[in-house]
Write a protein that binds this ligand. Sequence first.
Ligand code: IMP
Ligand code: MG
Length: 185
Amino acid sequence: MNLQEVDVLITAEEIKAKVQELGRQISAEYRGRNLLIVGILKGAFVFMADLIREIDIPLEIDFMDVSSYGASTVSSGEVRIIKDLDYSIKDKNILIVEDIIDTGLTVKYITSILYKREPASIKICCMLDKPSRRKADIKPDFYGYTIEDRFIVGYGLDYAEKYREYPAICELKASVYNKQEEGNE
Ligand code: IMP
Ligand code: MG
């Protein structure tokens, strides 16, 4: 980790303990029922890989990848499916796993598509929740941490596709994105 570019907010050790706790909650919730964990690419893959190993009931996994329409960095809520699920989800208990819920528009869209496929249930699990920025009426059923409106990288989250491999949850220093934005002009 380059500590000139980021401030550590949550260490790898703290993350591990939190993910263990989430794994216990999810195992208790779904014991005796089927469980299909749906990870939203790319950001969720690190969290999901850790989370499934803390769940002690049988489960299946799949992934979806979506992208916002247009080049705007402001989420419009209009989302295009780039990779869909591989199989039918009829009568399955779906747990959507996200890295972070910000406006909530992405998860809202994904849930509305998946509901049409007649699953038994849909719940949402995210590592980070930024409720102050919410535009859609979405609340995670399981979450790691609530955070303020800061730009987060690491533990799967990126800035311009970088920093996903950092093991801690970090805040990107303003000097980094200010510099990059100047460079792009
Ligand atoms: P939403 O539709 O606004 O909830 O978008 C959520 C998506 O935006 C997440 O899956 C992330 O990919 C991205 N995102 C939101 N906040 C951050 C952040 O602080 N750092 C990195 N990515 C973020
Ligand atoms: Mg994402």
